[in-house]
Design a protein around this ligand. Structure first.
Ligand SMILES: [Zn+2]
Length: 96
């Protein structure tokens, strides 16, 4: 009986860590859901006509600002924003 308590304690810690990891991946998935660069290109094909050159769908500027909007222990969450009109164009996640 005395060895059962540490075992349950370790199991509780394990379940806690696993739930945190699952929650973190859910956050990353929801952050980019429908807002990746591929989603942007398919939604606005005229704004991604040239390879490597993305234009803002509102003002057609190609000056895009990479704004860090969040952080997890293993990744950085970025929003790509038009510098001219301030519209968020797409989102990305960089693993660190
Ligand atoms: Zn713009």
């Amino acid at each position: 009986m005395s060895s059962l308590i540490p075992t349950l304690f370790m199991l509780g810690i394990f379940i806690f860590i696993i739930s945190k990891v699952i929650k973190m991946f859910g956050t990353i998935k929801n952050f980019t859901k429908g807002k990746t660069i591929d989603d942007y290109k398919s939604t606005h094909p005229d704004c991604a006509a040239e390879e490597g050159k993305i234009l803002c769908f509102k003002c057609k500027a190609n000056n895009i600002w990479l704004k860090e909007v969040g952080k997890t222990p293993s990744s950085l969450l970025h929003s790509h924003v038009c510098r001219q009109c301030g519209t968020e164009l797409y989102r990305s996640v960089i693993t660190i």
